[in-house]
Structure formats: structure tokens, C-alpha cells
Write a protein that binds this ligand. Structure first.
Ligand SMILES: O=C(O)CCC(=O)C(=O)O
Length: 322
């Protein structure tokens, strides 16, 4: 199996829009994964972000650990610290534009002079997500081609987050008994994820093997919303794909709809209940509720809200291990 590689360089050209929209949407209906070529995010900027991420992750823990992830989805999570006890480090940059600057004290000092650089990169990712969302509406023949994209305002909620990831290379294998792997199988919870990779290793049934492209995959919200037509596909990272002594670095931009967006399956129409990552979603759940359920389950205390009662999680549910 190999995912489609789609050249989207003509995405803004009316002469090519429909065929690109159809290609992208067909790939998402079939695989929920595709690779983008000819995308508008400059390679130099992607490399710069990777270089910054690498320098950051190689800092001693004492310069990262005091800044754990907050309810704004900003901050650091070290190896073996998440619910799945995976061997990976994450640096989260959530929030609407301006949040990183406003919440600077919660950022590790390394990032404090670089907030604008991160915001600029997030902005470019958001623009690309919007273009893809317009493809879906166009190809699904929705009356308004901004049906999905207008719900994805950049200035709404914490859902649009950039997550830098580093899977450390170890000189000797860690004792993983009672622990996870590198990243447990999961689907993403939002709408569209852009995954930038510096090394092979993501397993999606079978690996794609093209690393000069942005990998796109869809999240549960969009899958549920489209009545299951667009797919959110399980993926994971293991020590089989990338051995313990190989470092692996990626960046995931999670594009999500505004928190108040109510998810009702709009096409297909038959989805009464959607089960994903151990969570049961029912029509009427909002994007904000879904996001909180998941982050609370993975990162616990930082996302606990005294006044929020649990939403649609099944009593015994476990959620995504990200
Ligand atoms: O690092 C990767 O290749 C996967 C990242 C991912 O699946 C996630 O952040 O949800």
C-alpha cells in the first residue's frame, strides 16, 4: 500500500481547484492519509523550525521540565511523562495568535524570544489547513465551500496547536516494562493534521516512505462531522520502525474547528455514535468538549476543570494516547 502523493501547487488556480479538491478528498475517503507536494510552506522555514526544535530538545531536562503543559496546550512533556509512558518528548504551542506572547512565563526560556517565529509558522500551517478544508466542501458538493473552513477560525480556542516531537536516540535500550512504546496507536481528535517528518518511522498500516512531502491525516472531529465519509486512520510510532538508538524528530500541526462548533454528521447521515480511542462521540458534542476530554485523559491535572462535568465519555472509556 502507498498513500497518494498529491501535487497541490495549483490549488489557488480556478482551472485546477476542482481536480485537486477531488484528488485530496478521494484520498481522505479511502485512506485518511495523503502526502502533499507543491505545498506553500517554504522548505527553509520548515528546516528552521526543525533546527530550533532539535536545539531545544537537546537542552538538559532542568531547562524544559519546569514548564509543563498548561490548559492552554502550551509547554513541555518529557519522556515517559504522558499517560501512555512513551519514550518521546513534546513541546506544545497551542492557543490563538498572541497567546504565546501573552503566556510567555509558562514557556521554557529557549522559546521566549521566538514566539513570533512560532506564531508565523503556525499561521502558515493554518492557511494550508483552510485550503484543504475548502477542498473537502467543494468535492462533497456542499452548498458553501467555506462550510468547514469558516468553523476553523484561527482566533478561536486552543485547538490549533503545533506540537514538536523528539523521539530520543538511546545508547542502551530503556527498560520499557510497564511503559509504552514511542507513540501508541491512535487517531487524532481534530480536523486536519499536517505532519512534518525528519525521519521515517510513522506506521500507518504500512509506511509511506516519502519524506520530502507534508503528510496529511484527518482527525475524528472531521470524520464524525462528515458522517464517516472522510477517514481518521490509526497510526503509531514503535521501536520496530525506528530502533531505540535512532533519534527521530517530527512536528505535527493540529488544525481544529472552533471550540463551540457542534458536530452533527452532515453527510452520510447514518452516524449515530462514533467510537474512537475509547471515547464515544454522539451527535451534538462540541469540538471544545471533545478536545478537553482527550487532553484531560492524556495529561490529567493541567486540563482538569472543576466546573465542567464529563461529556460523552463512556464510563470505562480510555482516550487517545498521544
Ligand atoms: O511523530 C509522528 O510521526 C506521529 C505524531 C502523531 O501521530 C501525533 O502527534 O499525534
Amino acid at each position: 500500500m502507498s498513500f497518494p502523493i498529491i501535487d497541490i501547487s495549483g490549488i489557488d488556480d480556478p482551472a485546477h481547484q476542482v481536480s485537486i479538491a477531488n484528488e485530496v478528498t478521494e484520498a481522505c475517503k479511502k485512506w485518511g492519509f495523503l502526502l502533499l507536494r507543491g505545498h506553500p510552506i517554504p522548505t527553509g522555514e520548515i528546516d528552521t523550525m526543525f533546527d530550533l526544535g532539535k536545539s531545544f530538545f537537546h537542552l538538559p531536562e532542568s531547562e524544559k521540565a519546569p514548564y509543563p503543559i498548561t490548559s492552554s496546550s502550551i509547554g513541555y512533556v518529557g519522556s515517559f511523562q504522558d499517560r501512555g509512558k512513551d519514550d518521546k518528548m513534546s513541546m506544545w504551542f497551542g492557543g490563538v495568535p498572541g497567546t504565546l506572547e501573552a503566556e510567555k512565563p509558562t514557556l521554557p526560556p529557549f522559546w521566549r524570544e521566538r514566539t513570533q517565529q512560532v506564531e508565523n509558522f503556525k499561521h502558515k500551517c493554518h492557511d494550508l489547513v483552510v485550503k484543504l478544508l475548502e477542498c473537502f466542501a467543494l468535492s462533497l458538493n456542499l452548498p458553501d465551500r467555506k462550510f468547514f473552513s469558516s468553523a476553523h477560525r484561527e482566533d478561536a480556542g486552543n485547538g490549533n496547536a503545533l506540537r514538536m516531537l523528539m523521539y530520543p536516540g538511546r545508547t542502551t535500550p530503556e527498560d520499557m516494562s510497564g511503559r509504552g512504546s514511542r507513540m501508541a496507536p491512535h487517531t487524532d481528535s481534530g480536523s486536519v493534521t499536517l505532519l512534518f517528518q525528519r525521519a521515517a518511522g510513522l506506521e500507518v498500516m504500512s509506511p509511506a516512505g516519502q519524506w520530502d512531502c507534508i503528510l496529511v491525516n484527518l482527525g475524528d472531529a472531521l470524520s464524525f462531522w462528515s458522517g464517516g465519509l472522510l477517514k481518521a486512520t490509526l497510526h503509531r510510532v514503535t521501536f520496530d520502525g525506528v530502533p531505540f538508538d535512532h533519534e527521530r524528530q517530527t512536528m505535527a500541526y493540529f488544525g481544529a474547528a472552533s471550540p463551540e462548533t457542534v458536530l452533527q454528521p452532515i453527510v452520510g447521515g447514518t452516524v449515530e455514535e462514533y467510537v474512537s480511542n475509547g471515547l464515544v462521540l454522539t451527535p451534538g458534542v462540541t469540538v471544545g468538549e471533545l478536545s478537553k476530554m482527550i487532553m484531560r485523559d492524556i495529561y490529567g491535572a493541567a486540563f482538569q476543570e472543576k466546573d465542567t462535568k464529563p461529556q460523552t465519555a463512556a464510563p470505562t472509556a480510555t482516550a487517545a494516547v498521544m
